[in-house]
Write a protein that binds this ligand. Structure first.
Ligand code: SAM
Length: 185
């Protein structure tokens, strides 16, 4: 029997969010993380250690007792010394998220794009920064993951891609557009 050993490794990349203005349109209430254990029990008990902190900051009786449906993601850099994987990372599994696209390319003998994005990554930013009906531009479209997710999330889109062979393959993403449901992180 031959055993093929594959070592699966996490890979990390920075995602740069650039803006033309200091205050771009963005709404982090649309991309909240599920509350942690402590916040959940706080909301349940409704009891909070209010009062003056060593910093001089005064925490009111009720300031932390409103349920906003989730928490704003923390800063990854603040968590670097923590003994666990930072919860502020956008984490996506490299699974069959674009099976339709791959099947289409295979059937039509087209090259797969070698650097495709995760659909959930696109969905996160579309949810965070846009509303239904807004126009999304991807100037380096590749296999047009952005356009496909935008279509499914009812946004308009424009994608630009220099290599026609990747544009041909991207057609496979639009044969049947299903409504996109962003996965919980
Ligand atoms: C990293 S890939 C994008 C992959 C894409 N996000 C996806 O999920 O398939 C970058 C793409 O930009 C294209 N590209 C590079 N320079 C370009 C240019 N000047 N105009 C248009 N497309 C360009 C490349 O051909 C490549 O397909």
């Amino acid at each position: 029997m031959t055993v093929k050993r594959l070592r699966l490794k996490d890979s990390y990349t920075h995602v740069w969010w650039l803006s033309k203005t200091p205050n771009p349109k963005a709404d982090n209430r649309k991309v909240l993380l599920p509350y942690g254990k402590d916040m959940k029990s706080l909301l349940k008990s409704k009891r909070y250690n209010a009062g003056k902190r060593p910093s001089g900051h005064v925490i009111s009786e009720t300031g932390f007792l409103s349920n906003h449906g989730g928490a704003i993601s923390s800063n990854v850099i603040d968590l670097e010394s923590a003994q666990h994987v930072p919860s502020a990372l956008l984490k996506y599994a490299n699974t069959a998220w674009d099976a339709k696209y791959r099947a289409y390319c295979e059937e039509n003998k087209l090259d797969l794009h070698p650097a495709r994005m995760q659909t959930d990554l696109v969905a996160f930013f579309l949810e965070f920064l846009t509303d239904k009906g807004n126009l999304v531009l991807d100037p380096f479209g590749g296999s047009n993951t952005t356009g496909a997710v935008a279509e499914a999330m009812r946004r308009k889109w424009i994608a630009v891609e220099a290599d026609p062979k990747y544009v041909e393959g991207s057609v496979g993403r639009f044969e049947k557009v299903e409504r996109y449901q962003r996965q919980e992180r």
